[in-house]
Design a protein around this ligand. Structure first.
Ligand code: ZN
Length: 237
């Protein structure tokens, strides 16, 4: 009975407010959540978890030792799958981010790429920006992973100032721009000492943001670092 009421309710909500797939913009069936079956089936997976020294791991070479770096799917700027990221970040859909991250963990964990992970650390967002948006998209992705991997999300990092816009800058300029952009949270960072943490962001484009965070995180005694992003640009390898 409860299921029937839930179904009726969802059908009514669909009528009032048609839910659409962010990729193809077709309306979703009541049993589809967030993405339609077709777009999920054709998700352009990176399969980085199966590639030794994958492009993401290569991009992280300039920083401290990273155990593994994996992404769930590829996106192209302006491409259909980029709209998932856009919806999570700018269209107020944190639940989509959490759901996609949980799917990623469910799909990828059996291959062992998250083995040994003890805590999840999201790339932080500057406090003012987070208040503005209402949430940090990296944190909702971290929460979706944590739901499946059953470990804690620890806000071990803080953003000390806002980002300047990063487009049209070289990697070196981006790195310079990011110096001192992140710092350890003095109260929470001791919680990841001696643990294997998964550093999480929504996307990796050049790796500069994750590198800057990994550098700061690596100063915690005994910490081991892996990295995850929901999506990856087509990185040059
Ligand atoms: Zn679709």
């Amino acid at each position: 009975m409860r299921k029937r009421i839930k179904y009726l309710w969802e059908s009514a909500v669909d009528l009032l407010l048609p839910r659409t797939c962010p990729v193809c913009r077709q309306s979703l069936d009541t049993d589809e959540r967030y993405l339609c079956r077709r777009c999920l089936a054709t998700l352009p997976r990176t399969h980085f978890e199966d590639i030794p020294f994958n492009p993401f791991e290569q991009a992280m070479m300039a920083g401290p030792r990273i155990e593994r770096a994996v992404s769930y799917f590829y996106y192209d700027r302006g491409g259909a799958y980029a709209s998932i990221l856009h919806d999570i970040k700018y269209r107020g859909m944190p639940a989509l981010g959490r759901w996609m991250a949980a799917r990623a963990a469910t799909d990828m964990a059996p291959g062992g790429c998250f083995d040994g992970i003890e805590a999840i650390v999201p790339v932080p967002m500057h406090r003012h920006k987070e208040i503005d948006r209402g949430y940090n998209q990296s944190r909702v992705i971290a929460e979706g992973l944590a739901d499946v991997l059953r470990c804690d999300v620890v806000d071990a990092l803080v953003a000390t100032r806002g980002h300047a816009t990063q487009t049209r800058k070289s990697v070196q300029e981006r790195l310079d721009n990011m110096r001192d952009l992140f710092a350890l949270d003095t109260a929470r960072s001791p919680l990841v000492a001696g643990r294997h943490v998964l550093l999480v962001d929504d996307v990796v484009t050049t790796g500069a943001t994750l590198l800057a965070c990994a550098r700061v995180l690596s100063t915690v005694p005994g910490v081991t670092i892996s990295a995850f992003t929901l999506a990856s640009a087509r990185l040059q390898s």
